[in-house]
Design a protein around this ligand. Structure first.
Ligand SMILES: [Zn+2]
Length: 103
């Protein structure tokens, strides 16, 4: 949840300055920076906070963190480790460790 705040000048000669809360940005994958699906964006940050847990992110593992391609890549790396081969991608290592705990 990224929160942006910006100043908005009043209509009459800029006398009034109102603090307006920004809109929530589009969420991206932690590994490949692809745009994530199933996460709220565009609405005000106060509105997205009021949503329920399952409305904020998909219930799949790494939902709201990784995209589909990266999630399946992590699953493959986890399977490699379980079968005895070593993982090569160092960026995937922290996510593989999380998935090993859940398996
Ligand atoms: Zn990705």
């Amino acid at each position: 949840m990224q929160k942006k705040k910006y100043l908005k000048k009043g209509k009459s000669h800029g006398q009034k300055i109102n603090l307006v809360s920004g809109k929530s940005a589009k969420k991206t994958c932690a590994l490949c920076k692809a745009q994530l699906h199933g996460v709220p964006h565009g609405a005000k940050t106060s509105a997205t906070k009021k949503l329920s847990k399952t409305q904020k992110r998909p219930s799949a593992i790494f939902g709201g963190i990784l995209c589909n391609k990266c999630r399946s890549m992590i699953a493959e790396e986890t399977a490699k480790i379980l079968s005895g081969k070593e993982s090569l991608d160092l960026r995937a290592k922290p996510y593989v460790e999380i998935m090993l705990k859940s398996v």
